[in-house]
Structure formats: C-alpha cells, structure tokens
Design a protein around this ligand. Structure first.
Ligand code: AMP
Length: 429
C-alpha cells in the first residue's frame, strides 16, 4: 500500500499530514501528486470528497518550499474555485498542510468586506485562493499582480460553467504568464470543459478517480415515493431516526430552504439553512454549528452546498429532487466521505418522477425503492414514466421493462450496482 513517504513528499509536509491523521494518500492523491511534483499539467476528473484539495495543495507547497520566494511576494500559485465556501476551505487546507512550510497564503472572495483581503495582498503572499468575480475586480483595480504565477489550479471547472463563470475564467487565464504549470479539476467533463481544458493544458496527465457521474459505491441510495403534502411529515420522521447523526437536506430553491428550516425548528428539530442569499457570516455560523454538532440538520440549495466539507454527514436527503441529474451526484457525494458509509434518501412526489428517471439514467443504476415508511404513495409510483415513452403514449412498448403488471425491475441495468436491501418491497412499476 502506498504511503505519503512513497510519494516523495518533504518532511515538513509529512509532519503536517501526520498531524491531520491522514494514514495514506487517497487514490486521487496517489495519481496526481507524482506528475505534479514532476512539473506536468494535470487534468483530474474527481469530485469534492476524494481528497483532491490535498492532491494539488501538497505539490504546490512542496514546490514553493523548494524554491524560496522572491522579495516582492506576488502570488506564485493561484487557485481559482467557484464558491466562497470552497475558497475558504482550500485556504484552510493550505494552512493545515503548510504549517511547517514558509508559504504565505490568502483567500479572496465576494460578499464580504474587501479591505482585509486587500491588506493581505499588499503584505505579499505566495498562494492565492480566489473566486473569479472578486479576483477580477481586485485585478482590475491593480491590487493583484498575477505576473509571478507559476502554478495555476482551476478547481470545480464544471461548476464554474454551471454558475456562468467561464467567461471570467478565460479573463483570468489571459492575465496569467504563459509559462506555468496547470491543473484542472472537474467532477464531470461536459464538452465546454473539455474544450477549455485543451485550450490551456499542455499534454496533461489525465487522472480519474470516480468516473464522471458515477455515484460512490459506499453510499446507500433509496427513493421514497410520497405525496407532496406529506413530504415534510416524512422528513420529520426520518430525521428523528436514531441513526441520523448529521443530515444535509436539499431543496431546489432558497425560499424552500428557509421555509423548511423554520418548519423543522417548529417541529423541534434544530436546523439551519444555507444558500446564496445568506450573508457570509450567517453561512459560516450555520456551517460551524453543523460541524460542531450544535445543529444536526443543514438545509441547502445546490450551489451553496457545493463543496461543503463537513465530515460525518450520515444522511443526505433530497427533499426535492434536482432537475439537473449531475446535481444528484454532487449532493449525495456529501455523505460517504473519507471512507465512511452514508445514506442518501430521495423523496419523490408525482411531479418529480421524470427527474428520477433522468438521475437513474445518469448514474446508470436504478435506485432502490423504500416503501417501508408511513407515507408511501402508491399513486406516485405508476406515474413514473418509462424512459422510452413519450408523453401521452400510454401503450406499452414490447421492450418496456416496466409494462403494467410487470412489477419487478428488469433488464441489464436493473442489477448493476444496486443493492436489494428491502425485503421484497422494492419494485419498479
Ligand atoms: P476534498 O476532496 O479535498 O474536499 O477532501 C475531502 C475530505 O477528505 C477532507 O475532509 C479532507 O480533510 C479529507 N482527506 C483528504 N485527504 C485525506 C487522506 N489522505 N486521508 C484521510 N482524509 C483525507
């Protein structure tokens, strides 16, 4: 089994990893660290939760430690990431892993007072972690000097695309020196990301730990069919379960997240909502409470939850199914981290069966149906349209695996990766 020593990391980094109690490198770290230390570009297909931050942070710190900074201390490494939460977490990782290395780091992101960020830039630093908007703003006003950047990391590239930041990313790229080492990480590789990657990566080492849009094996996935008006009661009963240590609940809208937090509070369940309309301090407070265990339920929208790095999330509940199947993969990846198992439960009402089908197509497996709850809505189940059937076409096709009367799932996809954990209750009708 490979160790961090085997990866030729220097002892100040090994000591820091020891303090973090990391026993051995994760697969992405095993694959990414050697080519990065060798100075190669890397294209990594990996989600948050795989240990990808250390996969790029360690080689960056090593490189900076080996070649001490010039006097001016303009950033030599730039990490661009889409959300403030991710930016803050990455900066903390540099602090943790770099505690015995003389490298200064700082983070800049929008939504907070810029003055402390400007002061940090003026003091000089080696590693800059930034979200695109604030970086371009401060760059435009002359507070950031990117001319010394030797290492550039584009993190969560697909989410940059989703959030409409690709244009900003290109502007940042244009401000970087030509001669540099590049790294691009993305959970999925849609064509615009492949195109972007090929525009600036030079013969990259390509690494992939979780194939795109594949859900993590350790996560036990279930779907519960329920009438919309019963969702809240079902959620309350689920959250009251003794096995629920820390649950992350997803809604589609910010408003829905707020409303649900209030309703859960009324039902005696300590919950906080986190989304883009909340101030940074409210988000930090909610996250800290969740991390410390003061709050056992965090309600989030997709964008806010992206990259939330909280260990020990026992359950992810999709209170509303995402309309983007990729979001399902990101959502459930919040549990089952760092080698632990996790449970992902999706509450599906009659209006969401189409989303469920799209998700199952994307992950390439059927999600087990859990009927063993008090709110099972049999009426919702037959509403699950078969994939091939067009709207209004009630006639089953010869190959339709779910013909009426054919209650069990069939076909080659049916058994793939799916655990039959319910006592015969699971059935796709
Ligand atoms: P990331 O994918 O970078 O967000 O990391 C996910 C989580 O895994 C974080 O909580 C890290 O602290 C943790 N982690 C990263 N590398 C390791 C490792 N080699 N061993 C154990 N935990 C790790």
């Amino acid at each position: 089994m490979q160790t961090f020593e085997d990866l030729s990391l220097i002892s100040p980094l090994l000591r820091a990893l020891d303090a973090q109690d990391y026993q051995r490198p994760t697969p992405i770290q095993q694959q990414a660290i050697p080519p990065l230390l060798a100075g190669r570009d890397v294209l990594g297909c990996a989600q948050t939760g795989t240990g990808k931050t250390a996969a790029f942070a360690l080689p960056i710190l090593q490189r900076l430690a080996e070649a001490p900074p010039a006097k001016a201390r303009a950033p030599r490494a730039l990490v661009l990431t889409p959300t403030r939460e991710l930016a803050a977490q990455i900066d903390e990782s540099f602090r943790d892993y770099g505690r015995h290395v003389r490298a200064r780091h700082a983070v800049i992101f929008g939504g907070v007072n810029e003055k402390p960020q400007i002061r940090a830039l003026e003091r000089g630093l080696d590693i800059l972690v930034a979200t695109p908007g604030r970086l371009l703003d401060l760059l435009g006003r002359g507070y950031v000097d990117l001319r010394a950047v030797e290492l550039f990391v584009l993190d969560e590239a697909d989410r940059m695309l989703d959030m409409g930041f690709i244009h900003d990313v290109r502007k940042v790229l244009a401000a970087l020196p030509r001669d540099r080492q590049n790294l691009l990480f993305s959970a999925t590789m849609p064509p615009p990301i492949v195109e972007l990657a090929s525009s600036f990566l030079d013969n990259p080492a390509q690494i992939e730990v979780t194939p795109p849009a594949t859900t993590v094996e350790r996560i036990e996935q279930r779907v519960m069919f329920v009438e919309r008006q019963n969702k809240r009661a079902l959620l309350v009963s689920l959250l009251g379960g003794t096995d629920v240590d820390r649950a992350l609940v997803f809604t589609r809208t910010k408003h829905g997240a707020n409303r649900l937090a209030t309703q859960l509070d009324k039902a005696g369940i300590q919950a906080a909502a986190i989304h883009g309309n909340k101030s940074q301090s409210a988000r930090t407070r909610a996250l800290d409470g969740f991390r410390s265990g003061a709050i056992s339920v965090l309600i989030a929208t997709d964008i806010a939850a992206r990259g939330i790095d909280v260990d020990g999330i026992s359950h992810v509940v999709n209170y509303e199914l995402p309309n983007e199947p990729e979001s399902y993969v990101h959502r459930i990846g919040r549990t089952g981290r760092a080698g632990r198992s996790g449970v992902a439960i999706s509450l599906c009402d009659g209006t969401e069966t189409g989303y469920l089908r799209a998700i199952e197509r994307t992950i390439g497996q059927r999600i087990d149906v859990d009927e063993g709850h008090g709110y099972h809505a049999a009426a919702v189940v037959p509403g699950r349209p078969a994939p091939e059937r067009t709207r209004g076409d009630a006639t089953p096709r010869p190959n339709d695996a779910r013909r009426p009367g054919n209650g069990r799932r069939q076909g080659s996809r049916a058994s793939r990766g799916s655990r039959q954990r319910r006592s015969g209750s699971a059935g796709f009708r």
